[in-house]
Design a protein around this ligand. Structure first.
Ligand SMILES: Nc1ncnc2c1ncn2[C@@H]1O[C@H](COP(=O)(O)OP(=O)(O)OP(=O)(O)O)[C@@H](O)[C@H]1O
Ligand SMILES: [Mg+2]
Length: 264
């Protein structure tokens, strides 16, 4: 038995309790994520996928249950403290970086353990250059440019580099390539694969792309109505096709798996 990195134990989250908009977004969900697991998460719109990642990163506290990260109970820990061990990327490329700051300033913030103290040294610049080169996007020659000038794909690649500059215990990806054109999305997926495997980062990735859900990582979970309805890993997962996923979803829920971004 390998060791747990993230242990989610019977969590619940209801939005708008007692109002006409009351919504049970997570219903009694448990998940044991092993160290080094790379899990893809799929499901229809409103299944609770983003809510699950938000609960883990601490955007809000859950109504019940516990969350343990690498042996530490983080159930009540505020978001900014969890951020020291949890990296995250969202769908919107504008969210992860400071647009008016330059590439090197953004990297300095990500690299510095003390926040914005001191100035960028020659040694810092050399290290940033090396790291940027790995992205293969030519950003190493644009270190003084404000990040706001970058394309969405360049910006997501930079955000990925920043989120993993000091490899986090856990990386949460919420459809981080969904806003990119297919070729750029493919490039960012490749970088994700490389960075996650090189640093053996434990990772949860939401995607609406069934094919990449099966190709990336070692385990896939399917969500519906705030719970996990299918969970497959290892050898068994290697035999699963996109068609199987769609069939499985229909069997369990009685409806077709439908996500508005699947057709984009
Ligand atoms: N902050 C919030 N306040 C109120 N309701 C919310 C909030 N966040 C999510 N919800 C509701 O909770 C349910 C789950 O939403 P969530 O965003 O987790 O779904 P999702 O699986 O990520 O869907 P999508 O594929 O569309 O991104 C939805 O009904 C949503 O409207
Ligand atoms: Mg979502």
């Amino acid at each position: 038995m390998s060791e747990s990195m993230l242990l989610i134990n019977h969590i619940r989250k209801t939005f708008g309790i007692g109002t006409i908009n009351e919504k049970k977004a997570i219903r009694d969900l448990s998940l044991d994520v092993k160290r080094g697991d790379f899990i893809s998460i799929i499901g229809s719109n409103g299944a609770g996928k983003s809510t699950l990642l938000n609960a883990v990163s601490g955007v809000f506290l859950t109504d019940a249950g516990t969350i343990t990260l690498d042996g530490t109970d983080i159930t009540e820990m505020p978001e900014h403290k969890r951020a020291r061990s949890i990296g995250r990327l969202m769908q919107d490329p504008l969210k992860g970086t400071a647009p008016l700051m330059s590439i090197e300033e953004n990297l300095f913030l990500a690299s510095s353990e003390k926040g914005w103290l001191g100035s960028i040294s020659k040694q810092n610049r050399e290290e940033f250059r090396e790291r940027l080169k790995l992205l293969g996007m030519g950003l190493e020659d644009r270190m003084k440019h404000p990040v706001g000038l970058l394309s969405g794909g360049q910006r997501q690649a930079l955000t990925l580099l920043m989120a993993t500059y000091h490899p986090p215990k856990l990386l949460l990806l919420d459809e981080h390539t969904a806003a990119l054109d297919p070729a750029t999305a493919e490039k960012v997926i490749e970088l994700t694969k490389e960075i996650v495997s090189k640093n053996a980062i434990t990772c949860l990735m939401i995607t609406h792309n069934m094919q990449s859900a099966l190709e990336l990582g070692n385990r896939t979970i399917m969500m519906d109505k705030g719970d996990i309805i299918y969970d497959v890993e290892g050898e068994e997962r290697k035999k699963v096709t996109v068609e199987d996923l769609l069939t499985r979803f229909r069997e369990v829920t009685g409806k077709a798996l439908d996500n508005d971004r699947m057709r984009l």
